[in-house]
Design a protein around this ligand. Structure first.
Ligand code: NAD
Ligand code: FES
Length: 291
């Protein structure tokens, strides 16, 4: 069982949970995700790994209450346990495989939107611990919805906070902040990484292209099995169908068909809001449907 050792409320709708999962913690890398089921026949919910500690044997997940299944996850308290946590899934971020001299020449800017700020954190930590220059832009609708300000500040060279309503930091969206840094403040970056709502990643990619900056995005597509078998997570990248769960979740932002990805992501939004907790009828060990 996967016991919750710590639970914190980060803002009115977002919770952080540290969960005992020693095998996942021992092999996780930045950029990967896991799938949580609260009960044996519950819905499989993909969540990006927001931190991992191989010594303590824990992984950290950050969940926003947006529908029945995420509300179910957020209702769990310290000491309770999830029935199932599977991972680490997906490919690690590309910098994990870079040679030391290639890494040393990089200057990264991360563009983090809303709850997508949490999965940026292990990437920033990883790069910072290897001496790579990292700036981070965090955006949220209002000051009270900002998360990970203090945590991130300890691991980056410069932190830029923005809010849509101007209640804290730069008044505007993360894309406006990126343009400001490059065009007005003369900042030079070699790579950008954007994680957040799909529409933010679309416009971050368009902005990065205008600025001549290579960009990677992390796609939070629909997912079912998370192992490349069901096709639920398919996206078009560079004109080819790719499975985000096994070939991603990170892809070249210039190449992603965001409009198609947003249409597919929105297919079940109404059902998710109104749904009763889902009962999975597939026995994942035998692969057979059950009554
Ligand atoms: P949000 O809608 O409040 O947006 C956060 C920030 O993104 C905004 O403050 C703004 O700066 C920027 N943004 C939004 N729309 C933009 C646009 N059109 N152009 C430029 N910038 C824009 O975010 P939220 O309510 O926290 O939503 C969280 C979303 O993040 C959910 O849809 C969730 O599925 C997604 N998410 C993605 C990942 C991932 O791995 N990609 C991980 C966790 C959550
Ligand atoms: Fe089923 Fe990716 S989630 S193939």
């Amino acid at each position: 069982m996967f016991r919750i050792v710590k639970k914190e409320k980060l803002n009115p709708v977002v919770y952080r949970m540290e969960v005992e999962a020693p095998r996942i913690a021992a092999s996780a890398h930045p950029g990967q995700f896991l799938i949580v089921r609260t009960e044996e026949k519950g819905e499989r919910v993909p969540l990006t790994i927001s931190d991992y500690d191989p010594l303590k044997g824990t992984v950290t997940i950050v969940t926003q209450e947006i529908g029945a299944s995420t509300e179910d996850i957020c209702s769990f308290e310290e000491g309770q346990a999830f029935a199932d946590v599977v991972g680490p899934l997906g490919m690690p971020s590309d910098f994990v495989d870079m040679e030391e001299d290639e890494l040393a020449g990089q200057r990264y800017v991360f563009i983090a939107g809303g709850v997508g700020t949490a999965p940026v954190y292990p990437q920033v930590k990883w790069l910072h611990s290897r001496g790579v220059a990292v700036d981070v832009i965090i955006g949220a609708k209002t000051s009270e919805l900002l998360i990970y300000r203090e945590e991130m500040a300890g691991y980056c060279d410069n932190l830029y906070v923005c809010t849509d309503d101007g209640s804290e930091g730069f008044h505007g969206m993360v894309t406006g902040m990126l343009e400001n840094l490059v065009l007005e403040q003369g900042k030079r970056y070699t790579r950008a990484v954007a994680i957040g709502p799909m529409v933010m990643m679309k416009f971050a990619s368009l902005t990065a292209r205008r600025l001549g900056l290579p960009i990677v995005v992390s796609l939070n597509t629909l997912m079912v099995d998370g192992t490349g078998m069901c096709g639920a997570c398919r996206v078009t990248v560079g004109g080819k169908v790719r499975f985000a769960c096994v070939e991603g979740p990170e892809f070249d932002g210039y190449e992603v068909d965001f409009d198609e990805a947003m249409r597919r992501q929105g297919m079940y939004r109404q059902e998710e809001k109104t749904a009763e907790p889902h009962v999975c009828r597939i026995d994942l060990r035998s692969g057979t449907a059950q009554e």
